[in-house]
Design a protein around this ligand. Structure first.
Ligand SMILES: NC(=O)C1=CN([C@@H]2O[C@H](COP(=O)(O)OP(=O)(O)OC[C@H]3O[C@@H](n4cnc5c(N)ncnc54)[C@H](OP(=O)(O)O)[C@@H]3O)[C@@H](O)[C@H]2O)C=CC1
Ligand SMILES: O=C(O)CCC(=O)C(=O)O
Length: 450
């Protein structure tokens, strides 16, 4: 008979901090989940006895490796690469790869931890992982990017596989980088398998994967409003970021009759009071993805827009907001300003873009607030569908995939209601945390202590 271990929340968090020194992002992510889980497991002895939360908050495995590559001047450069395999209780590890100078073990551990719950929420059989490097793709030539991707995969390949761990893109990793990494995996292993998602359509990619995260975040926003008897039509939306997630979120907002008025990058934000249109969004996609330009140049092309250097867009009055850039980009002061300006709903396209205090401010003000693990799960969900298509050796039609994405986002919303609705109000953070935890935890219970 196992010994019961009923530590309280504060003691649990002290342990997490002690075991993970200098890893603030990871501690923040665990804290955001743990409070809700402690409320849920209160008298559920088995989860305590088996130390399920403690086990989910300790990655199965962290691989760290040296990545050497040669720049265009013939200089040897050295970067650090990682793969954090957090939990594979319900399926192979699954989650993106990030190339950004801010990548640390703490950042990837938080992302892999969040991914574990997110993937469970989709209803698909995927465990949680995340990887990346402190490599900065900005200013690098195409050849340098290719050499870096090949070198990164030359180390990573031995830790991944179609039924082991299936990486995809994230910040700084899009279709081009996935192509270089897939090519290198195929070359080293002599295997053509679904080892990565986000692939090009010519070699096993899925329709709508590029759009899925941003579209999904807007579907989730629409679901929250609908549940309150409201709609998106005519709503002014503030969006941050100008990459994959932000541009597709803006696109879906326009399609559904809302009015996105901002986008941003690490240099600042643009405010276009007339609203973004499909034409303007298409320009941003080409400008940021192909020309690798800065968002401030938007104002040279579209009159009436203004650029605000070094600033985030959260002080622009809006009805709905979609933070779609990076972690901790929305502070408690930003949250208070948004609440004062009348924001009704927030849907996180990015992972953990709102600080812990910011989340509490939204929750206390009873704003409809969708955490990233629920709102941005559309991307990984379509990655899961890409895995299924690869296993079946076929490609599904765009209409089929569109319907599946909508159904999956509806399913996540329903799971949040199941565990987060009380007295006519929905705490989406709590709902997502508990629903995601329960699925992973119950699988772990079935396996015994492993
Ligand atoms: N791609 C996907 O399918 C999914 C992505 N996400 C999350 O969405 C977010 C955005 O990812 P994605 O759109 O794919 O990435 P991209 O690389 O396509 O775009 C990232 C955007 O965020 C901005 N940004 C990055 N870091 C910072 C920073 N420190 N400060 C301010 N702006 C910053 C970038 O600006 P700049 O050009 O100046 O660097 C760029 O506009 C991330 O949190 C990611 O984890 C979540 C689920 C799936
Ligand atoms: O599609 C995937 O596997 C990864 C998506 C991702 O990294 C995320 O959901 O944060």
């Amino acid at each position: 008979m196992a010994v019961s271990d009923h530590v309280d929340f504060a003691t649990f968090m002290e342990g997490v901090k002690r075991r993970n020194p200098g890893q603030p992002e990871f501690v923040q992510a665990v804290q955001e989940v743990a409070q809700d889980i402690f409320d849920f497991i209160g008298d559920k002895e088995e989860y305590h006895e088996q130390q399920i939360l403690r086990r989910i908050a300790e990655p199965d495995r962290i691989v760290s490796f040296r990545v050497c590559w040669e720049d265009d001047n013939g200089c040897i450069r050295v970067q650090r690469g990682y793969r954090v395999q957090n939990n594979n209780a319900i399926g192979p590890y699954k989650g993106g790869i990030r190339f950004h100078p801010s990548v640390t073990e703490s950042v990837l551990k938080f992302l892999a931890f969040e991914q574990t719950f997110k993937n469970a929420l989709t209803g698909l059989p995927m465990g949680g992982g995340k990887g990346g490097s402190n490599f900065n793709p900005k200013g690098k030539s195409v050849r340098e990017i290719m050499r870096f991707c090949q070198s990164f995969m030359t180390e990573l390949y031995r830790h991944i596989g179609a039924d082991i761990d299936v990486p995809a893109g994230d910040i700084g990793v899009g279709g081009r980088e996935i192509g270089y990494m897939f090519g290198q995996y195929k070359r080293i292993t002599n295997q053509f398998t679904g080892v990565l998602t986000g692939k090009g359509l010519e070699y096993g990619g899925s329709m709508i994967r590029p759009e899925a995260t941003g579209y999904g975040a807007v579907y989730f926003l629409e679901n929250m409003l609908k549940h309150k008897g409201q709609g998106l039509e005519g709503r002014v939306a503030v969006v941050s970021g100008s990459g994959n997630v932000a541009t597709h979120a803006a696109e879906k907002l326009v399609q559904l009759g809302a009015k996105p008025v901002t986008l941003s990058d690490s240099g600042g934000f643009i405010h276009d009071p007339d609203g973004l249109t499909q034409e303007k969004i298409d320009w941003v996609k080409v400008h940021k993805t192909h020309r690798r330009g800065r968002i401030e140049e938007y104002c040279d092309h579209f009159t009436g827009a203004t650029f605000h250097p070094g600033k985030t867009p959260w002080n622009v009055p809006c009805d709905v907001a979609l933070p779609c850039a990076t972690q901790n980009e929305l502070s408690v002061e930003d949250a208070r300003a948004m609440i004062a300006n009348g924001v009704v709903a927030v849907s996180e396209g990015a992972n953990m873009p709102t600080t812990l205090e910011g989340v509490h401010a939204f929750k206390d003000a009873r704003i409809l607030f969708a955490p990233g693990k629920a709102a941005n799960a559309g991307g990984v969900a379509v990655s899961g569908l890409e895995m299924s298509q690869n296993s079946e050796r076929r490609s599904w039609k765009v209409e089929e995939l569109q319907t599946m994405l909508r159904d999956i986002m509806d399913g996540i919303h329903n799971r949040c209601l199941e565990y987060g609705e009380r007295d006519g109000h929905v705490d989406y953070v709590k709902g997502a945390n508990i629903a995601g935890f329960k699925k992973v935890a119950d699988a772990m219970l079935a396996f015994g202590v492993v």
